[in-house]
Design a protein around this ligand. Structure first.
Ligand SMILES: NC(=O)c1ccc[n+]([C@@H]2O[C@H](COP(=O)([O-])OP(=O)(O)OC[C@H]3O[C@@H](n4cnc5c(N)ncnc54)[C@H](OP(=O)(O)O)[C@@H]3O)[C@@H](O)[C@H]2O)c1
Length: 262
């Protein structure tokens, strides 16, 4: 369990293989980027607990992860990231915990400024910013020295588009939290980082982008600098790097296939 200490951060290999034997809770792990990260972690012999709201989706994702390479335990637990009690229950359910990844959330609250539904804007805040604070509050007492929390942002923070303010302001809030939590938790030798994602082919992107088929996704992705959108595993791998390397702290790294350059 973490506590303020004069002992330095433990040294361990910064390579992802060093995560073997550890335990990771992924809130938002039943789909998309979180599921991509869960599959990779399972293949590294990491115990994975995934959490999301929909039980059937969760059960299918657990089966999917278990079917991949790796023998470590895979569990699922229902959670609403907007509800702190629910997050505390998920942390309790997880038991031993070395790293937390928060990818829960969708694209709620978008639209022209006059038509933003305040209820949606509040939901966006609760499931992204409040969830990040709640997971930090719930997990700091359990994470060991060197443990980490990885949060989620998006490229629209630095490459804004019209009619996105209500949805994307919360991602900016999450980026701010990365730094403030990192300095607060460093004396406990805990780390907080974030990933700013470009466009990745997930159920969320397909829904928001009106891309119902693989052909539609390929056609839309052809305009990206590398000629396609990223895969969920490519996205999830960025968070695995942040968990594994003990000297990443307080950083928001961008993975976007070069999209931020054009
Ligand atoms: N895909 C992209 O291109 C992209 C780009 C930039 C940023 N992002 C951000 O990355 C995150 C993951 O996106 P994704 O594309 O992987 O989406 P996704 O495929 O829709 O997956 C979202 C996951 O979060 C869970 N979730 C959603 N709301 C939740 C809540 N209130 N409580 C608990 N779990 C919840 C979902 O399960 P349930 O619905 O069953 O709860 C699901 O497991 C999102 O925050 C998104 O805004 C994605």
């Amino acid at each position: 369990m973490s506590q303020v200490t004069s002992a330095p951060l433990p040294v361990r290999s910064p390579l992802p293989a060093s995560l073997a034997g550890s335990s990771v809770l992924i809130i938002g792990g039943s789909s998309g980027i979180g599921l991509g990260a869960a599959r990779l972690l399972h293949s590294l012999d990491v115990r994975v607990v995934i959490a999301g709201r929909d039980k059937a989706r969760l059960d299918a994702a657990v089966a999917d992860i278990r079917s991949g390479d790796g023998d470590a335990e895979v569990l699922g637990t229902v959670v609403d990231a907007a509800d702190e009690d629910s997050i505390r229950a998920a942390v309790e359910f997880t038991g031993t915990l070395d790293h937390v990844l928060l990818t829960a959330g969708g694209y709620v609250g978008a639209g022209p400024i006059e038509s933003i539904d305040p209820k949606d804007a509040r939901t966006a805040y609760e499931q992204r910013v409040w969830a990040a604070l709640a997971i930090a509050r719930a997990s700091v007492g359990r994470l060991p020295a060197g443990g980490s929390i990885t949060l989620t942002s998006g490229l629209l923070v630095t490459r804004p588009r019209p009619a996105t303010a209500g949805a994307i302001a919360v991602a900016g809030g999450v980026e701010t939290l990365v730094g403030s939590l990192a300095v607060e938790l460093a004396p406990r030798r805990l780390r907080v980082n974030g990933v700013r994602y470009g466009q990745f082919d997930t159920p969320l992107l397909r829904g928001v982008g009106g891309l119902p088929t693989d052909e539609a996704v390929a056609a839309a992705g052809a305009n990206a600098p590398l000629g396609r959108f990223g895969t969920p595993e490519e996205a999830g791998a960025a968070s695995v790097v942040l968990m594994a390397n003990p000297y990443f702290n307080g950083q928001v790294i961008t993975i976007d296939g070069g999209q931020s350059l054009v």
